[in-house]
Ligand binder design. Structure first.
Ligand code: PEP
Ligand code: MN
Length: 364
C-alpha cells in the first residue's frame, strides 16, 4: 500500500506494506495537527490513527474528546492526505465519523470480544468504506478473533486487517500485554489471505520496548505496524508511557532490519538445506512424542488396574524441575521449556482421562 509514496518519501530504506501511526487519543487541535504533519513528512505512514472515544477499564479516566475531536481529524486528513482511522464501538460512533469524512476504523480489543457489537458494527459500516482494522480480543481466543474478522467479511467488507495488540496476562511483565506470537501466527495459517499488522505499543506498554517488539513482528513477516505516536508523550492524557515521539518513531522506522519475505524470491539453496534439517528434526520430535504417548497409555492402564488417579503433583514437580534444568543445559529458554512441559503433560492427562471414560473435553 502506498509504495510509491514511500519510495519518494524521506524514509525509503525499508519496505513495510502497511503502517498506521498516531496518538492514543486526539486531545486538542494543535496536538492532532502537529502529529499528523510530522508523521506525513516521514513519508512512511499509510494511515493516521487517533482515539476519539476511549474505552477505559474503570470510569473517571480520560474518556476521549468524543465527537468534538472529529473536525480536528477531518482537517488533519484533508491537510496531510493521510486517511484517518478512529476506534468505533457503536453505530453512533460510525455515523459521527462518517459525517466528518472519516471512513476507516479500528475495532478495539474490548469490542472485538463481543459478537453482538461486532455484528452490529459490520452492518453499520457500509461496504466500500476504507479499511477496518480488527484488534485481537483481550484473551488469546483465536476463534473469537477469527469470528470478528469473518463477521466483517460476511457483511461485504473487502479490506479487513487484523491487528495483534497482545493479550491480557497476569505475568506479562515487563511487557503490558503478552504477545503470544503463536496466536497471530496461527491466524496467518488459518486465513492466508489476511493482512496482519502488529501494535507494538499496547504489547510493550513502555516506549523503550516498542522497537524490539516491532522488529520481532517484522521478523515474523507481519504485514505492517500500528504504532502510537504523540508529539509530547510525557503530557499524553492516555497511555503516556508507551507513546513514541514522531522523531523516535522515524528513527525506529529507519533502523528496522528488512527481510525479504519467503515466496518473494527463490529461497537460497542454503536456506532450503537448513529447512530440510528442520523438517527432519521435527519429524523425529513427533515420532518421539508418539512413543512417549504410547508409554503414557501403558501407565494409564496400570493406574486404572490399581485404582490410582492419573495426576500426581509430586511426580509432575520432579519432572518439571528436571526438564527445566536439562533444558537450560541444552540452551533452551526456561519459559519455553515450562510451556512445552505443560502442553505435553496436559495432553498425557487428557489421554489417560479418556481411557477412564472421563469427559473433560467440551465446548461452551
Ligand atoms: C488503542 O489503540 O488506543 C486502544 C484502546 O487499543 P486496544 O483496544 O488494543 O486496547
Ligand atoms: Mn492506547
Amino acid at each position: 500500500m502506498a509504495e510509491e509514496v514511500k519510495a519518494g518519501g524521506a524514509i525509503d530504506t525499508y519496505r513495510i506494506p502497511l503502517v498506521v501511526a498516531g496518538p492514543c487519543s486526539a486531545e486538542n487541535p494543535e496536538q492532532v495537527l502537529t502529529c499528523a504533519h510530522e508523521l506525513a513528512q516521514l513519508g512512511c505512514v499509510d494511515f493516521y490513527r487517533a482515539g476519539v472515544w476511549k474505552p477505559r477499564t474503570r470510569p473517571g479516566g480520560f474518556e476521549g474528546r468524543g465527537a468534538q475531536a472529529l473536525p480536528w481529524l477531518a482537517q488533519a486528513q484533508q491537510e496531510t492526505g493521510l486517511p484517518v482511522c478512529v476506534e468505533v464501538a457503536t453505530t453512533t460512533h460510525v455515523r459521527a465519523a462518517r459525517d466528518h469524512g472519516i471512513a476507516s476504523y479500528w475495532i478495539g480489543a474490548r469490542t472485538a470480544t463481543d459478537p453482538f457489537a461486532v455484528e452490529e458494527l459490520s452492518h453499520a459500516i457500509p461496504p466500500g468504506d476504507g479499511v477496518i482494522f480488527v484488534k485481537n480480543p483481550i484473551s488469546p481466543d483465536l476463534e473469537l478473533w477469527i469470528g470478528a474478522i469473518e463477521r466483517f467479511r460476511r457483511a461485504g467488507h473487502a479490506r479487513v486487517v487484523a491487528v495483534h495488540r497482545g493479550f491480557y496476562a497476569a505475568d506479562a511483565a515487563p511487557l503490558r500485554n503478552s504477545p503470544r506470537w503463536e496466536v497471530p501466527l496461527a491466524l496467518r495459517s488459518r486465513l492466508g489471505d489476511l493482512q496482519i499488522v502488529c501494535d507494538p505499543s499496547h504489547i510493550a506498554g513502555r516506549a523503550e520496548l516498542v522497537p524490539g517488539i516491532a522488529q520481532q513482528a517484522l521478523d515474523y513477516s507481519f504485514d505492517g505496524l500500528f504504532v502510537e505516536v504523540h508529539p509530547s508523550p510525557q503530557h499524553a492524557l492516555s497511555d503516556a508511557a508507551q507513546q513514541l515521539t514522531p522523531a523516535t518513531f522515524g528513527a525506529m522506522m529507519r533502523r528496522f532490519r528488512y527481510s525479504v519475505r519467503a515466496g518473494e524470491r527463490d529461497l537460497e539453496p542454503d536456506l532450503a538445506h537448513l529447512r530440510g534439517e528442520i523438517d527432519r528434526l521435527d519429524s523425529q520430535i513427533l515420532e518421539l512424542l508418539g512413543a512417549r504417548m504410547r508409554i503414557v497409555q501403558r501407565i494409564g492402564a496400570w493406574k486404572m488396574e490399581h485404582g490410582v488417579q492419573p495426576y500426581h503433583p509430586g511426580r509432575w514437580r520432579q519432572l518439571l524441575t528436571h526438564h527445566l534444568r536439562y533444558g537450560e543445559m541444552v540452551g533452551l529458554d526456561r519459559g519455553f521449556v515450562r510451556n512445552l512441559c505443560h502442553l505435553v503433560h496436559t495432553e498425557a492427562l487428557r489421554v489417560q482421562g479418556n481411557m477412564r471414560g472421563d469427559d473433560t473435553q467440551g465446548e461452551v
